[in-house]
Design a protein around this ligand. Structure first.
Ligand code: GUN
Ligand code: ZN
Length: 434
């Protein structure tokens, strides 16, 4: 079935940079997005395209709204949904006090299944149509989130966590069981429907050398599978790594030596890195997930976007629930702006949009499939409503340019500003109050 959506259209063709390069962004005030069988046929000016449409095309009008590509969350933990906003600790204590007990509950399959569904519905309500997701150590945690994504038609990448030391015993696997279960999950899920698998060592602290080796073996055996972990988030964590791996040049070097730094490797946080690390990550094709709400909430540090992009590292944004404080990539962009402002770096709204869409697609090596409205890409999109809250309405009403309006929407926006979310051209029910 062919459908066309009429609204303002906004998408990125490249990274607009700190100067908001106009050629990197396309804005069509009276736009039309033409979709067939879940794929973008064309995006352009409505007055022109309307004259060329086949007669049976259904037209959906979104007056006063802005259609943007579906948001992509490059780092999030679905089992941590219910511990979001837990008080008072930095990373290592926070893991022990909140994250591990929450993850232990996922031993129960039915509970895991229930949270997986709730979690994906929350993502969609926030306009997020693709995510790279941590499960728990339990094999079925990957099954339930991938199943739930499949039934919603979403493009999603997830993995069972590998962790065999330095964590509660009930949450430990072994190098052998972690390897065998990950392999079975890859065989079952990777490349099925819109799904992908990520080999997911939690971080180097909770995996033995044998387990890191086994993860590296998987990464070599399955080069088109993702690798997803945490890197250099917290100073105490970095110190522990330096003690345990005295021969490694850096934290990144530990992953590199175990064969875990390659294309499709995504590292959450990347706060405490030097230039040598950045050059190495760029040369090997690794990507970074910038998680500002988490980095502020856990008191971890400030992500240096300028240095990462200057090194040509692929960067997307992550919400990092439950260390992060919102599943909304609009709220996440708002905190990203402040994190960068503290470092005298600029984040124009167009670049925030890039980090939540095309930049994130590039970080996941999915830019041929999602991230903007080029013909042939999958039709995942969001209908943004500048008037979604009374304050965002007042502020955007007085804005005199697109950049001003979009910036205000980015700073003030949340799920109230998501009027509709579409996955592969189909609207998903999102708003509770509808
Ligand atoms: N490092 C290792 N595990 C975690 C986690 O669950 N959350 C965050 N933010 N960092 C981690
Ligand atoms: Zn995380």
């Amino acid at each position: 079935m062919r459908q066309a959506f009429r609204a303002s259209l906004l998408h990125c063709l490249a990274d607009p940079g700190e100067g908001s390069a106009p050629s990197a962004v396309e804005f069509i005030e009276d736009g039309l997005l033409v979709v067939e069988n879940g794929i973008v046929l064309e995006a352009g000016a409505a007055p022109t395209l309307l004259t060329q449409l086949a007669d049976n095309t259904k037209i959906v009008e979104y007056n006063g709204k802005i259609i943007v590509p579906g948001f992509i969350d490059c780092h999030v933990h679905f089992p941590q949904l219910d511990i979001v906003a837990s008080y008072g600790e930095q990373l290592l204590d926070w893991l022990n006090r909140y994250a591990y007990p929450a993850e232990a509950k996922f031993a129960h399959l039915e509970y895991a299944r229930e949270i997986a569904g709730v979690f994906l519905d929350e993502l969609l309500k926030n306009g997020t149509t693709t995510a790279l997701v941590f499960g728990t150590v339990h094999k079925h945690s990957a099954d339930v989130i991938l199943q739930a994504a499949e039934s919603r038609g979403m493009r999603l990448i997830a993995g069972k966590v590998l962790m065999d030391i330095n964590c509660p015993e009930e949450l430990q696997d072994t190098p052998e069981s972690g390897y065998a279960e990950s392999k079975a999950l890859i065989e079952q899920w990777h490349g099925r429907a819109r799904l992908g698998y990520a080999i997911t060592p939690r971080f180097a602290i909770t995996s033995s050398d044998q387990q890191l080796q086994a993860a590296g073996r998987l990464a070599r055996e399955y080069p088109d599978v993702w690798m997803h972990t945490h890197l250099a988030e917290n100073k105490a964590e970095v110190d522990l790594i330096a003690q345990r791996f005295p021969k490694s040049r850096s934290y990144l070097d530990v992953y590199d030596q175990f064969g875990l730094l390659r294309e499709r490797s995504v590292f959450a946080h990347c706060l405490h890195m030097n230039e040598e690390d950045r050059q190495c990550m760029a040369a090997k094709g690794g990507a970074a997930a910038f998680c500002p709400t988490s980095n502020l909430f856990l008191g971890s540090g400030l992500f240096d976007l300028r240095a990462m992009r200057a090194a040509n590292i692929r960067v997307g944004m992550g919400t990092d629930i439950g260390g992060g404080t919102s599943l909304s990539l609009l709220r996440t962009a708002s905190e990203a702006y402040k994190v960068l402002h503290l470092q005298d770096e600029a984040l124009p709204a167009s670049r925030a949009l890039y980090l939540a869409t095309l930049g994130a697609a590039e970080a996941l090596y999915l830019e041929d499939k999602i991230g903007n409205f080029e013909s042939g890409k999958e039709a995942d999109f969001v209908v943004l409503d500048p008037a979604g809250s009374s304050l965002s309405k007042r502020r955007t009403d007085v804005a005199t340019s697109l950049e001003e309006s979009l910036f205000a929407l980015t700073m003030l926006g949340d799920d109230r500003n998501i009027a509709a979310t579409y996955v592969a051209g189909k609207r998903v029910e999102t708003r509770e109050r509808q």
